[in-house]
Design a protein around this ligand. Structure first.
Ligand code: UD1
Ligand code: UDP
Length: 385
C-alpha cells in the first residue's frame, strides 16, 4: 500500500487549536499516512503556546509575522513560503482550516500546484462580505478552491450545497474545537497564574472578555470598553478578566479605557489550557471571537457576542448565545440584565453542544483514508438535534 502525504497548513492561534486534533489523529496511521506540518506563523507567540501544549513540532515554520502586518504582507509572505514547501514536499492533499488569510493563501498555493485541498471548518457563512472582514471572503474563496469540505454542522453543509458544492464532497464532522476542548477542560485544573488562582469565583461574578475583530477596531471597541467600565463601577460583585490580544491596535484602546480600574484584570493572552478552564469558571463571556462562541456554550456559559452578524447561528438558536453588537448602551443593558435577572441568566446558561461531540478529527481522517481507497467506508456524520 502506498502512503498518502497529508500536509496541514495553519498560522494563527484559533487555527492551531482547531487543527491540533487533526494533526494528532493523522499521526495515528503511520502505515497509511505521511504527515507534514507547515505553519506560516502569521501569529508568533499565540501560535507557539498552542504548538507547545499539543506537542506539535512543525516540519516547516515560515515565521512570517511582523508587527502591524497588513493583509498584503501576510498573503504575499505566506504564498511565497508555501510555494517552496509545496515544490519540495509534493503532498497528495493540503488541509487548511477556517477563514484566516493563512487559510486562503494555503488553499490558493495548493491549487496553483494542482494539489487536492481539504477545508476543515467549511461552510460557515454570514452572507455579508464585509462582516467579518476579511474572514467571510477568505472562507468563501477557500470553499471555491476546496475538493473536500469538512463541514462542522448541518447548517454549514446546507450553506455549501446552496453554493452548488458537490454533496459527495461534503462530510459533516462536528467542529474540531470540541475535540480540543474536551481534551483540555478539567474540573480539577489548577491555574499556575497567581491572579487566576486567587479570584473568588464562588462569590464574584467573573466576566471573561476577548476582542480582536478587525471591523471592531477603534471606536466600536472603545464603546464596548466604556460600557464595561460602567458595569464594574455599578456592580461591586463583578470582576472582569480580559486577556488582551497581542494586536497593538487592540491593546492601546483597552489600556486607555480600562487600565487602572479595580476589579478589571488586563492580562496577556492566556495559553489555551488556562483560558479554556477559565471559561468553565466564569459567570459570563463577552467576546467577538468565533472559537469562544463555540466553546462557551459547550461549557454552559452564556455568551454576549460583540458583533452584528454571526456565522455560528446554532448556539443563538439554542439560546446560549446572543448577538448584541458594540453599541455602548446596548452592551451595558444586556450585560446588566444577565447580572441582575437570575431567570434570564439561567435561561441562557444551558450546556449545549451544537458544534461537536469530540469525534471531528477522527471523521476527517477517516474521510481522507476513504477518498484514497485505504478504508472502505465513509465516516459516520455528526448530528445535533
Ligand atoms: C487574525 C485573523 C483572524 C483571526 C485572528 C485570531 C486574518 C486576516 N485575521 O487576526 O481571522 O480571527 O487572527 O486571533 O487572518 N500579534 C503579535 N503576536 C501574536 C499575534 C499577533 O504580536 O502572536 C500582533 C502583531 O502585531 C500583528 C497583529 O497582532 O501584526 C495582528 O495580527 P493579524 O494576524 O494580522 O490579525 P489578527 O487580528 O490577529
Ligand atoms: N484563546 C486562548 N487564549 C486567550 C483567548 C482565546 O487560548 O487568551 C483561544 C480560545 O479558547 C479559542 C481561540 O483562542 O479556542 C479563539 O481565538 P481568537 O478569538 O483569537 O480567534 P477566532 O476564533 O475569532 O478566529
Amino acid at each position: 500500500m502506498s502512503r498518502i502525504k497529508v500536509m496541514t497548513v495553519f498560522g494563527t492561534r484559533p487555527e492551531a487549536i482547531k487543527m491540533a486534533p487533526v494533526v494528532l489523529e493523522l499521526a495515528k496511521y503511520p502505515e497509511a499516512i505521511t504527515p507534514v506540518v507547515a505553519v506560516t506563523a502569521q501569529h508568533r507567540e499565540m501560535l507557539d503556546q498552542v504548538l507547545k501544549l499539543f506537542r506539535i513540532a512543525p516540519d516547516y515554520d515560515l515565521d512570517i509575522m511582523c508587527k502591524g502586518q497588513t493583509l498584503f504582507d501576510i498573503t504575499c509572505r505566506a504564498m511565497s513560503g508555501l510555494n517552496q514547501v509545496l515544490v519540495k514536499e509534493k503532498p497528495d492533499i493540503v488541509l487548511v482550516h477556517g477563514d484566516t488569510t493563512t487559510t486562503f493563501a494555503g488553499a490558493l498555493a495548493a491549487f496553483y500546484h494542482q494539489t487536492t485541498v481539504g477545508h476543515v471548518e467549511a461552510g460557515l457563512r454570514t452572507g455579508n462580505k464585509q462582516s467579518p472582514f476579511p474572514e467571510e471572503m477568505n472562507r468563501k474563496l477557500t470553499g471555491s478552491l476546496a475538493d473536500m469540505h469538512f463541514a462542522p454542522t448541518m447548517t454549514a453543509r446546507q450553506n455549501l450545497l446552496q453554493e452548488n458544492v458537490d454533496p459527495g464532497a461534503v462530510v459533516v464532522t462536528g467542529n474540531t474545537v470540541i475535540d480540543a476542548l474536551m481534551a483540555t477542560v478539567d474540573d480539577g485544573y489548577h491555574f499556575t497564574s497567581r491572579l487566576l488562582r486567587h479570584i473568588d469565583y464562588a462569590n464574584h461574578k467573573v466576566i471573561l472578555v476577548t476582542t480582536h475583530r478587525r471591523e471592531n477596531l477603534g471606536e466600536p471597541m472603545r464603546h464596548v470598553y466604556q460600557a464595561l467600565k460602567e458595569i464594574v463601577i455599578d456592580h461591586a460583585d463583578v470582576e472582569i478578566v480580559f486577556p488582551v490580544h497581542k494586536n497593538p491596535l487592540v491593546r492601546q484602546v483597552v489600556q486607555e479605557e480600562l487600565g487602572e480600574l479595580d476589579r478589571v484584570h488586563l492580562i496577556d493572552p492566556l495559553d489555551y489550557q488556562p483560558f479554556a478552564n477559565l471559561i468553565a469558571r466564569s459567570y459570563l463571556v463577552l467576546t467577538d471571537s468565533g472559537g469562544v462562541q463555540e466553546e462557551a456554550p459547550a461549557l454552559g456559559k452564556p455568551v454576549l457576542v460583540l458583533r452584528d452578524t454571526t456565522e455560528r447561528p446554532e448556539a443563538v438558536a439554542a439560546g446560549t448565545v446572543k448577538l448584541i453588537g458594540t453599541d455602548r448602551d446596548r452592551v451595558y443593558a444586556e450585560t446588566r440584565r444577565l447580572l441582575i435577572d437570575g431567570c434570564e441568566y439561567h435561561k441562557m446558561a444551558n450546556a449545549v453542544n451544537p458544534y461537536g461531540d469530540g469525534q471531528a478529527a477522527r471523521r476527517i481522517v477517516t474521510a481522507i483514508l476513504h477518498k484514497y481507497g485505504i478504508v472502505n467506508s465513509r465516516p459516520d456524520e455528526f448530528a445535533f438535534y
